[in-house]
Design a protein around this ligand. Structure first.
Ligand code: URA
Length: 235
């Protein structure tokens, strides 16, 4: 594809604007400045940068990050008339589905997309994608309890896979921890804690892989950036 057409397809500029970008030396292909607007590139192999930033074609799919609040369900509709995650997304995107689920009482990072391939890859219960939760739980967490949680506990007769557990704070009545699991079994974190006789009182997903909720406000959403989408596709 011609470089100017490619830049336009990335939303970097109009066709005319793309010519100007190229002529002014702001565009690099594979680290070399290119000043001919008609230069042919291979869209699959060449890296195109404008002002030092990589540009990629605008996606035909939509990718959204929502800070799901507690008190809503991760489903399109609810028989009991409870709020759903869609009540928080004020754009009309056809076929937008959640990637995996968070419980009614759990808050935090939820991805939604209409890219079916990505949903299938990321939401598979046996998947390896690490998901990190901030947990507040009642009780004490001495080393042997942490070790059990890390090594795996039995849920419905099946051991959970190894997880990462960090004790952030231990108070008199309870503790604050982060837990990273690579499976997505039903109510997994809560049930792991039940298995060691501890009750979760607050649960928030803060990351999926390296993708973090960051400073997004509770109940707010945003589109994923292109580099975030590329990252998820490569997980
Ligand atoms: N683990 C849980 O217990 N609940 C969730 O929503 C997610 C992970």
């Amino acid at each position: 594809m011609r470089l100017n057409k490619y830049l336009a397809s990335c939303g970097a500029a109009s066709r005319r604007g793309a010519d100007e970008l190229i002529l002014s030396g702001r565009v690099k292909v594979n680290s070399a400045v290119v000043t001919q607007p008609g230069t042919k590139i291979e869209t699959d192999n060449d890296t195109v940068m404008v002002d030092g930033k990589k540009v990629v074609p605008v996606s035909k799919f939509t990718y959204i990050m929502l800070y799901k609040p507690k008190g809503c369900i991760t489903s399109v509709r609810d028989d009991k008339g409870r709020k759903t995650v869609y009540d928080y997304i004020d754009v009309n995107v056809p076929h937008l589905v959640p990637v995996g689920r968070l419980d009614y009482d759990t808050e935090g990072l939820l991805l939604l997309t209409n890219d079916g391939d990505l949903v299938n890859r990321l939401a598979h219960p046996s998947g390896e994608v690490p998901k990190t939760y901030l947990v507040r739980a009642e009780g004490q967490f001495p080393e042997h309890i942490l070790a059990k949680l890390r090594k795996g506990v039995e849920i419905d007769g099946v051991m959970t896979k190894r997880s990462k557990v960090k004790l952030l704070e231990q108070g008199e009545d309870g503790a604050k921890l982060t837990v990273t699991i690579t499976e997505g079994r039903n109510r997994q974190v809560r049930r792991m804690f039940e298995a060691v006789e501890r009750r979760v009182v607050f649960l928030k997903r803060i990351a999926i892989g390296d993708l973090r909720l960051g400073g997004l406000a509770r109940g707010a959403w945003r589109y994923l950036h292109e580099d975030e989408v590329a990252y998820l596709k490569n997980l």
